[in-house]
Design a protein. Structure first.
Ligand SMILES: [Fe+2]
Ligand SMILES: [Fe+2]
Length: 406
């Protein structure tokens, strides 16, 4: 961060704080990227100094090479000639270059690996638990939030009135508050403020709101996962980003209701949460194995545990009696073509990869799992500009949507 005199200003710099005129009038908000027309205006109003963010500096050729090496590391596992992969590589390179120019340091190999895992003791020894027994054990221990089942009941009841739905959701204050924040976020983009659950039901529909409530109450179940095991903020950021991208990408297809994709993306890695809870040592081992061998986490899970997080989500979502359409998107997000109707899981599959590509510039830990060529084809998307536009839209909205959750 630094104060620049007017003469030093160049287009592309970012305002570090709100810029006000001498009479106190707000000219531009913090975070605005300065454009040539802004400089003209500032000259006219006689602004002498401007507080701009550090960086936006020129990157040396050596640094550009280092960035390219760093980003390439995440693409080792995937087909470098695949159309979406080429575009994702470009996106990651641009985002990482941007982050470094603003002062972010590329993490070294030690920082990219978790350490100190000896204190964790699994409830199951490796080889002693199948996904079904792990989930069964979990279901026995679970005191799943009561609100979840009450919402499910109204969701399944076609005759449930909007008032009844609003009443059920409103009994859980924190859930209702989160929902209100979400429906007022760019996720829905309503021009007016929605201040009650019944108004939200009227605007976005009973089914939609109940599904959203169901997803949020399921998340609550995992709030006690120890922070030393996994950075839950990062986990949810990954999940919410995937949900948002999935929703944006779903709009490229006809006849889909994009909102469902947010929930599926939000919960796509839910199997991993059960692993963190039940197999902390084995899941950490999988994370280390993935990094050390530059393979996707899902492959590392299969190598170290003989099953992966979608093998866990399958019996889990069944036990929760989660809506089938959403469960299929979640359960097949790593292998969409194995599902008879692959279009919906293919969207989560693509969104997950794109999320990983975006995370590289935030110190992402894992290589991209890769985009299935057939899944890509059935989506019929043009990588450029659709993926870049989706990332841009996501970047504009993500912080507000995250704010609704935390
Ligand atoms: Fe996954
Ligand atoms: Fe994921």
């Amino acid at each position: 961060m630094g104060i620049k005199c007017f003469e030093e200003l160049t287009a592309g710099m970012i305002l570090a704080s709100d810029l006000k005129a001498s009479d106190g009038r707000l000219l531009f908000k913090a975070g605005t990227e300065i454009e040539a027309r802004h400089i003209e205006l500032l000259k006219r109003v006689g602004v002498a100094e401007v507080d701009v963010e550090a960086g936006a500096c020129e990157l040396s050729d050596g640094m550009l090479l280092e960035i390219e090496d760093y980003v390439r590391d995440f693409f080792l596992y995937v087909n470098p000639d695949s159309e979406p992969v080429v575009e994702m590589f470009r996106i990651s390179l641009a985002l990482t270059g941007d982050a470094v120019a603003r002062g972010w340091c590329l993490p070294d190999i030690i920082q990219r690996r978790a350490s100190n895992v000896e204190h964790m003791e699994d409830l199951f020894l490796k080889g002693m638990g199948s996904p079904e027994t792990i989930v069964m054990h979990e279901a026995e221990l679970a005191s799943f939030p009561d609100i979840y089942f009450r919402i499910k009941e109204v969701l399944e009841d076609d005759s449930a009135s909007a008032t009844r739905i609003a009443k059920v959701v409103s009994t859980d204050m924190s859930l209702a508050a989160k929902l209100i924040k979400l429906v007022n976020s760019p996720l829905y983009g309503f021009p007016q403020t929605i201040d009650s659950i019944s108004r939200a039901v009227a605007l976005i529909g009973a089914k939609e709101l109940s599904t959203l409530a169901l997803g949020i109450s399921a998340i609550n179940y995992f709030k006690d996962i120890p922070p030393e095991l996994v950075d839950m903020k990062k986990f949810w950021r990954h999940s919410i980003t995937c949900g948002l991208l999935a929703k944006i990408l779903a709009t490229t297809q006809t006849g889909l209701s994009p909102e469902r994709f947010f929930i599926a993306g939000l919960l796509h890695d839910v199997g991993r949460l059960i692993m963190f809870k039940k197999l902390p040592y084995a899941s950490t081992e999988a994370m280390l194995f993935a990094r050390e061998n530059s393979i996707p986490l899902v492959e590392a899970e299969r190598s170290t545990m003989d099953f992966c997080h979608t093998d866990i989500s399958r019996p889990l979502l069944e036990a929760w009696k989660f809506p089938e359409g959403l469960s299929n998107m979640i359960n097949f997000h790593h292998n969409p073509m194995e599902f008879p109707n692959p279009l919906e899981p293919a969207i989560i599959h693509l969104a997950d990869n794109l999320t990983n590509a975006m995370e590289i510039a935030q110190g992402g830990m894992y290589v991209l799992p890769g985009v299935d060529e057939q899944a890509w084809e059935i989506l019929g998307i043009q990588a450029d500009p659709v993926l870049r536009d989706a990332v841009e839209q996501c970047q504009e909205q993500i912080d507000t949507i995250l704010g609704a959750f935390f």
